[in-house]
Design a protein around this ligand. Structure first.
Ligand code: GDP
Ligand code: MG
Length: 192
């Protein structure tokens, strides 16, 4: 019997300019551009996402900029928005990593203790500091997320989802020979 391949949708959210696009570029193409121009350059704001955007995601990254306290506190709002709109088919919250990005810069606007407490209080799977610029902890964080994700999908559940797919309901899309990280742009998405 041939093997089956699954596509997992991983959300990358957080305020504008924290490094989301850079993360995806770094992870998928191993490149970094400091000249990348944000569509909404300079704005820091939380925007509630549509359920459609979150639908069928199996893991999430919430990212903030360690030099910008507002992006840190807004991570709580991103997490709450996520949790009230998305659960796994099992009813569990989706695994969600908090990434403290731009760790190469100083001074930091938050301490590691604060981040640690915040991560626990808000139900994150864990947190780590990253520098997409210096390629620090990017692959490690993504590998961790994918291993958490696949361990949450026991064979029986995957087969059930496949059956749902065949019946035409929405489920994890399957495609190709790989597990892919994907971000999705929707009209409601103001950060890309
Ligand atoms: P997005 O709006 O969240 O998608 O953020 P971008 O990926 O567009 O990044 C915003 C800016 O931050 C860009 O100028 C990036 O080059 C820069 N940036 C992203 N990650 C890092 C990092 O780890 N360190 C530093 N110093 N700059 C970064
Ligand atoms: Mg972007």
């Amino acid at each position: 019997m041939g093997s089956r391949d699954y596509l997992f949708k991983v959300l990358v959210v957080g305020d504008a300019a924290v490094g989301k696009t850079s993360l995806v570029q770094r992870y998928s193409q191993d490149s970094f551009s400091k000249h990348y121009k944000s569509t909404v350059g300079g704005q820091e704001r939380f925007t509630s996402m549509t359920r459609l955007y979150y639908r069928d995601a199996s893991a999430c990254v919430i990212m903030f900029d360690v030099t910008n306290a507002t992006t840190f506190s807004n991570s709580q709002r991103w997490k709450q928005d996520l949790d009230c709109k998305l659960t796994l088919p099992s009813g569990e919250p989706v695994p969600c990593l908090l990434l403290a990005n731009k760790s190469d810069l100083s001074p930091w606007a938050v301490t590691r203790d604060q981040i640690d407490r915040f991560s626990k209080e808000n139900g994150f799977t864990g947190w780590t500091e990253t520098s997409v610029k210096e390629n620090k902890n990017v692959n490690e964080a993504m590998s961790l997320l994918l291993s958490l994700t696949s361990s949450l999908f026991p064979r029986v559940l995957i087969e059930q989802m496949m059956a749902n797919t065949r019946e035409g309901s929405t489920s994890l899309p399957t495609q190709g020979d790989y597990i892919n990280l994907q971000t999705v742009s929707t009209p409601g998405w103001t950060c890309c």
